[in-house]
Design a binder for this molecule. Structure first.
Ligand SMILES: Nc1ncnc2c1ncn2[C@@H]1O[C@H](COP(=O)(O)OP(=O)(O)OP(=O)(O)O)[C@@H](O)[C@H]1O
Ligand SMILES: [Mg+2]
Length: 295
């Protein structure tokens, strides 16, 4: 099975399972799924016959986020492996790779935002940084987490994330950046760092890794609001090296202008995507849109 390229993991699994599983295996998946999902879902999965794997996966997709659906599938494949000789390794491997790529960002799956994803990926390809701003809870962090997952998984970029939600000081921000590259660095003890120290650290990492570097500074608004030096520091960070890119999320727009930085104003979700998000919080739901019961 291919690497999870553009991360359409569920879609690819649907095709793969539909074409490769026999009736007996389908039945087994259905039974195990009922067990894993519990009695609330059992009622909806009461039909015993001719469920195609893609219908079952559509059902999961309608009721939960992609990562939850894949976790359930992964358990099901592991159990099936215990019970018969069929090898499910390729499926399990495939799901594991997907989680490896997502793992370091600890994020929920993204709903909608296709255009925004493409916009930001394009901007980060051509500029040194992107400043994503918009009101609280709009989905800035969620969106950029997904951008980072794709950069890491598809472009093989080394991606590091620093969450600055609890941070107000520029000095702490710089230390947290360094800590990403040196786990034994103690930010409570070490004295203030200069921009040169960060520059040296990032250039060394570039040399050692031999691949591009993307730093995601999440929730920077508190440091920005408090520290006058913040814009100058960001501008220096943007100039460190052409292969070191930056994405920041902030509730506030960035007032400083710097041609290497794209200012990206994130709007609300489309009403259809907002409905999907709401629907997922009201699960389980009956079969909607994609899933049609056969008569
Ligand atoms: N497109 C989306 N798909 C799935 N979940 C989303 C989406 N947008 C927002 N959410 C959910 O909404 C919540 C808030 O999103 P997020 O933390 O990304 O917002 P934010 O703009 O970064 O907020 P803040 O300004 O407080 O940092 C999260 O629980 C997230 O899972
Ligand atoms: Mg955020």
């Amino acid at each position: 099975m291919d690497e999870p390229g553009e991360l359409n993991v569920l879609e690819e699994l649907k095709n793969k399972l539909d074409s490769e599983l026999d009736t007996c295996q389908r039945y087994q998946i259905l039974q195990l799924m009922k067990r894993h999902l519990g009695p609330v879902y059992g009622e909806f999965l009461a039909r015993e016959d001719d469920w195609s794997p893609s219908e079952l996966l559509d059902y999961l997709e309608n009721n939960m986020l992609e990562s939850q659906a894949l976790t359930i599938l992964s358990h099901i494949f592991s159990e099936m492996r215990l019970h018969n000789t069929t090898t499910y390794e390729p499926f399990i491997d495939y799901i594991n790779k997907y989680f490896e790529a997502k793992g370091c960002f600890y994020h929920d799956d993204l709903i909608g935002r296709k255009k925004e994803l493409e916009d930001i990926k394009m901007e980060i390809g051509t500029r040194k940084g992107v400043w994503v701003y918009g009101q609280g809870g709009l989905g800035k962090t969620t969106l950029v987490n997904e951008v980072c997952t794709r950069m890491k998984n598809v472009k093989k970029t080394l991606v590091k994330k620093v969450n600055l939600k609890q941070t107000q000081f520029l000095s702490t921000m710089m230390k947290l950046i360094i800590k990403q590259f040196n786990a034994s660095f103690n930010e409570d003890v070490e004295e203030d760092l200069s921009i040169e120290t960060v520059t040296v650290c990032l250039k060394e990492t570039l040399n050692k890794e031999g691949r591009d570097l993307l730093l995601f500074l999440d929730n920077v608004e508190n440091v920005y609001e408090r520290e006058k030096e913040f814009p100058a520091t960001i501008n220096s960070l943007l100039r460190i090296h052409k292969n070191v890119k930056w994405i920041m999320t902030s509730r506030l727009p960035f007032e400083s202008s710097e041609e290497d930085l794209c200012h990206y104003n994130l709007g609300p979700l489309s009403s259809m995507d907002a409905q999907t998000l709401l629907r997922l919080y009201c699960r389980p739901v009956r079969f909607l849109c994609r899933l049609r019961r056969r008569t």
